[in-house]
Write a protein that binds this ligand. Structure first.
Ligand SMILES: [Mg+2]
Length: 214
């Protein structure tokens, strides 16, 4: 084969390579022991926030793209007192307020659960309400296949993950991702309007992308 022919063949082969694998370097995602954050990753908490603000507080000007900071009172035209009240509802009554999962989260978690138990680590102050929510979301899984740990604070996550032997953690709070990354754990940023900005961590744009890694 002449050199020019060889080159053309290679170019054709390159075009035919699945982009998702080569672009995302899927092989570099460590899947042995993955941990999951809940709010903003598995639960569409910000959407629920907007829903409650509209239904219960007549605030109908909000949409998800406006949430450019993790701290809602900094980016939304909502009084801090109302933010706190809605967050309180989301923390204590996730089932009652109709918290919904993020698209394809259920399918991805069930697929991962086939290889390993699910470990969720949340900065929520209590684990029982959101544990119930997860069991409702994943009724196929026996209780002991779902572990939920509530740290009460973001800064406690990195050390805890280290103790648990977590290799990879999926999280939407950028600062926490960086703390986890610094602790030598693979942090994956679940892409959201509030976590834009420079990061050394890989981004996950959807649960469909995660399913491709499995
Ligand atoms: Mg979160």
């Amino acid at each position: 084969m002449k050199d020019t022919q060889k080159q053309e063949t290679m170019q054709t082969q390159n075009r035919l390579m699945p982009l998702s694998k080569s672009d995302n370097t899927a092989s570099h995602v460590r899947l042995g022991k993955v941990g999951f954050d809940i709010d903003g990753v598995v639960a569409d908490t910000m959407r629920a926030f907007i829903h409650i603000a509209r239904e219960e507080y007549n605030i109908d000007t909000l949409h998800k793209g406006m949430i450019t900071s993790y701290w809602l009172e900094r980016c939304l035209p909502v009084p801090e007192e109302v933010v706190l009240r809605i967050v309180h509802q989301l923390v204590h009554e996730p089932l009652y307020v109709g918290l919904e999962p993020i698209q394809d989260a259920r399918e991805a978690l069930l697929a991962y659960a086939e290889r390993s138990p699910l470990i969720f680590v949340t900065a929520r102050p209590e684990q029982a309400p959101i544990h119930c929510w997860l069991q409702e979301l994943l009724p196929e899984l026996p209780e002991k296949r779902i572990q939920v740990i509530a740290t009460g604070q973001h800064s406690a996550k990195a050390l805890l993950l280290k103790d648990l032997g977590i290799e990879t953690f999926i999280e939407d709070h950028l600062e926490t991702c960086h703390q986890i990354h610094q602790a030598g754990i693979q942090a994956i940023v679940f892409n959201q309007p509030w976590n834009q900005g420079e990061t050394p961590c890989r981004r996950l744009h959807s649960w469909q992308d995660f399913l491709q890694y499995l």
